[in-house]
Design a protein. Sequence first.
Lengths: 229, 217
Amino acid sequence: MSEGQVFVSLLVKLGLLALLAGTLVRRRHRECLAFPAYLALVLLGDTMVSVWPERFYQAWFWYLQQSLWDAAKLGVGLEIAFRAFRAFPGARPAVQSLLGLVLALTTASVVSVPSGLSHDAVVFEWHPRVLAGTIWLMTALMMVIVYYRLPIRPFQLAILSGFVPYLLLFVTLLNVLRHRGWDVRPWVNLADACCYLAVVSFWTVAAWRKDAMPAAAPQVIRRLSLGPA
Amino acid sequence: MEALVLSVVGGGLFLALVGRYNTQLVLRGWEALLSPAAFKALQRLEEQVETDALLAERAHGRAQLARREERLADASRLVSLAAAVVSDAVPERLQRLRGMAVCCRMARALLPPPPLLPRAFRLREIASLAGLSSVIQQFLVATQERFRLRVWTLGVCYLVVRHVASHSASRIRPEAAAAPSPWDSFEAALHDFTALDREHVEAFKALLLALQDTSRP
C-alpha cells in the first residue's frame, strides 16, 4: 500500500469510529441494527489489513470481507424496508414483490457466472453483479417510498443516499481497473478510499445531527411509527 | 459491462427519486390528513354541499313558481341563478377530486367503494357513465384503482352536469320559458348535481376513514 493510501485508510478508520460513536450515542442503531454491524465489519476488516498487511492484504481475505460487506449491505437495505413499511401494511405487498424480484434477479445473475472463477472474473464479473443488485434493491425501496409518499427517518434516508452513489462509484472504479489493467490499482484503491471517506463523513454528520426528525403533531408521529427510536 | 450499465441506470434513478423526496413535505401531508382538522374539513364540506343544494333548489323552486304564474322573465332569471350555483360549485369540486386522487395512494386500505348506481341519476349521459364505471370497476382488483376510477367518474359527471345546467338555463328565455324540455333537463341536472355531491362527500369520508386507519397496529 502507498503512503497516501495508508493515510486515507487511517482517516477512514477514524471516521468509522466517529460514525459508530454517533450511531450509538444518538441511538441511531435502533433505526437500523444492520448498519452498525456493517460498520463494525468494515472497521474490523480494514484494521486487520492495516495491522497485518502481509497476512491479510491477500485475495482470499478480500473475497471474504467483500462477501461479508455485501451481505451486510443487503441486510441494511432489507432492514430499512422492514422498518419503513412496518406501519404501512397496504404498501407492504408492493415492496415485498419488488424487493423479491430484485433479489431473485440478482441471485440468478450471480449464479449464472460459471464456477471455478479466476481472480479477475471474481473482481470484474461476479462482484459488480452483486453491487448492481444492491443498488437496485435500494432504488426499488426508494421507488415504493416515493410512490406511496411514505415518511422515512432522515438517518435511514442518509444511509441509502450514502450507499447508492458510493456503490455506483465503486462499480465504475472496478470497470476502470478492468480496462486499464492492474497497474492502476494503487490509484483506483486511493480513489475508492477517498470516496468512502466522503461517504463516511456524510453518514457521521447525519448520525450526530440532533434535529433528526422534522416537527409534526405527536399523534401523527405515533401513528406513523416515527416516535423516538 | 452490463453490471456497470445497470448500476448507472439504478443509481441515476435513485438520485432522481431522492431529489424528489422531501421528508418535511411528506410528513406535513400526513399530518394534514391524520389530524382532527381533516374531519373538521369534512364537516365544512358537508355544510357547503347542503348550502349549495339549498341555494340551487330554492332558486329552481322560485323559477318554477314564476313559470306557473307566467312571470317568464323572472323564471328565466331565477333559473340562470340556479345554474350559476352549479357552475360556480363545479371547479371547487373538481379540485378536491384531483387532490383525492393523489391522496388515495397514501391510504393503506381504502374500503372498496360501492359502484355508482345508474338509477341514482336522471340525466342519460350521467346514468350511462355511472353504468360504464360500475362495469369497469368489476375488472379492477386494487381498491386504490377502484377509488381512482370513482373519483375520475365523479369529475367527468360534474363537467356534464355543469354543461347541461348552463345549456338548459340558456335555453329558458322569457319568450320560450313555458316550453317543457329545457326545464326538464335543468331539473334533472340539478337532481344529479345533488346526487353527485352526496357521492363526492361519501368518497371524501371514505378516504379520511381509510387514512385514519393507516398505520394502526
